[in-house]
Design a protein around this ligand. Structure first.
Ligand SMILES: [Zn+2]
Length: 156
């Protein structure tokens, strides 16, 4: 059923919500894809719940991204060795009162220098992908907090 009411959707959630920020086995490290590794995970098991098999013949959700090297004349494009793919979260601190203050910066890549330019992160469900995305954002938040604390306590 595609058109469930919101209340029905919330009843579908299991007691242990897989999008919960506390993953049973918290070994997700960033970047998830890098260099020759363009697909995460490699083992055919959902990287968030670590319970469900992914890829065919199972159902799965893919966060895919990257670029296409275009041949504008032929109106076709595809992956290319000339392209490296990336997906970053970047935070830039406000400048301080002094022009000489160096602003803090955090960059947390999900995809870094992926050969060919295209990548995919695969989960068994939208809930599990949400878990990964929440984890990515939470990790970024912790890094930002760490940068702010360094700035406050760094001169001691
Ligand atoms: Zn899963």
């Amino acid at each position: 059923m595609m058109n469930k009411k919101k209340s029905e959707l919330s009843n579908d959630r299991p007691d242990s919500d897989p999008s919960s920020r506390d993953r049973p086995d918290s070994t997700v490290e960033y970047p998830l894809v890098q260099g020759q590794v363009s697909v995460y995970p490699k083992d055919g098991v959902c990287p968030w719940c670590r319970l469900q098999p992914i890829l065919e013949p199972n159902s799965f959700v893919v966060l895919s991204g990257g670029g296409l090297l275009m041949n504008r004349k032929e109106k076709v494009g595809g992956p290319s060795r000339k392209i490296d793919g990336f997906l970053d979260l970047t935070w830039h601190e406000a400048h301080g009162d002094s022009c000489e203050d160096e602003a803090g910066k955090c960059i947390l890549p999900m995809a870094q220098n992926v050969f060919g330019g295209q990548f995919g992160v695969i989960c068994c469900s939208v809930q599990c992908l949400r878990g990964i995305l929440n984890h990515w954002l939470d990790t970024m938040e912790r890094e930002i907090d760490g940068t702010k604390n360094e700035a406050v306590h760094g001169d001691m």
